[in-house]
Ligand binder design. Structure first.
Ligand code: NAI
Length: 289
């Protein structure tokens, strides 16, 4: 099956790598030509690292890279059996994209979103055939993280969720069924985790490095909350926080903070821009998880 991916940022590039490694031809599209080229390079670099570690043969590396087709032309998605969307976390933009996409793909093509927080039902509602719509939510970095949440909407046809879980397994991932509720499983638990860490910072209880240190060194967490937020990106993370807060009818448990909002407004997105809670000199980046 040929699989299309729309959005070639952090997630789209990683998802493309996973799916191409599993043997599918992948069409990877982005509206931004530079982002598309960057994704192509990052996939090649990441596969090369695996080859250097002896986890991938030179032949497999070459074949995997060749299976990823970069494009800016949505018409090339006409032969896709599945399309996974990983563009900006904005409901109206995602709905508009699926409207365009449905005019191109065949009637049997499954449509999926990698949204972190938006309701799957609300994106599906923009489609002419909402019964073929489902959430497939990867974690960052997609080639490394095992878990994938599979989220059927109320409109999703019976049986599709099982088919997608099987497909996800064939990609070497572990699917978990999640209900279409704000933040699904992981992002729901993660909101108060980040929120409480920021509140402690704002209350002057401890600084960024101390909180991260305590959580990793003493708490057994793989990454501290501030390192993790910088890794995800404050553009993505702030939007997810706002979206989950609104989706829970403004329950104060999920309230975003001004600290987070100011980082977002300033364009201090974290690792991707070189500054977030921490500053990242190009040669001083913290290790990837
Ligand atoms: P990103 O900002 O790295 O990449 C988004 C890409 O989409 C950009 O290259 C942009 O040019 C492209 N784009 C935006 N609008 C487009 C359109 N209309 N048509 C084509 N391309 C378009 O964002 P990231 O982090 O990859 O997130 C993408 C999606 O995945 C979001 O829905 C996010 O919530 C979700 N997600 C993010 C995770 C993370 O840790 N960053 C984890 C899991 C899901």
């Amino acid at each position: 099956m040929i699989i299309g991916i729309i959005g070639s940022g952090a997630m789209g590039a990683g998802i493309a790598q996973v799916i191409a490694t599993a043997g599918h031809t992948v069409r990877l599209l982005d509206q931004n030509a530079e982002a598309l080229q960057r994704a192509g390079q990052s996939i090649a670099t990441s596969l090369q690292k695996l080859a250097d570690k002896g986890k991938l043969t030179a032949t497999a590396l070459e074949a995997t890279v060749a299976r990823v087709h970069l494009t800016q032309n949505m018409q090339e998605f006409a032969d896709c059996g599945l399309v996974v969307e990983a563009i900006v976390e904005d409901l109206a933009v995602k709905q508009q994209l699926f409207k365009q996409l449905e005019a191109v793909v065949g009637a049997d093509c499954v449509l999926a979103t990698n949204t972190s927080s938006l309701s799957i039902a609300s994106i599906a509602a923009a489609c002419k055939q909402p019964e073929r719509f489902i959430g497939i939510h990867f974690f960052n970095p997609a080639p490394v993280m095992q878990l994938v949440e599979v989220i059927p909407a109320v409109q999703t046809r019976p049986g599709l969720e099982a088919e997608i879980r099987e497909l996800v397994q064939s990609w070497g991932k572990v699917p978990v069924l999640a209900k279409d509720t704000p933040g699904f499983i992981v992002n729901r638990v993660a909101r108060p985790f980040y929120g409480e860490a920021i509140r402690m910072l704002e209350e002057g209880i401890a600084d960024v490095a101390t909180i991260d240190w305590a959580l990793t060194e003493l708490g057994g967490f793989r990454m501290g909350p501030f390192t993790l937020m910088d890794f995800i990106g404050h553009d993505v993370n702030y939007r997810v926080t706002e979206s989950v807060f609104a989706a829970f009818f403004y329950d104060p448990r999920f309230k975003p903070s001004f600290t987070q909002k100011r980082l977002f407004e300033a364009g201090y997105y974290g690792r991707k821009t070189g500054r977030g809670f921490y500053s990242y000199a190009p040669d001083a980046l913290p290790p990837e998880p």
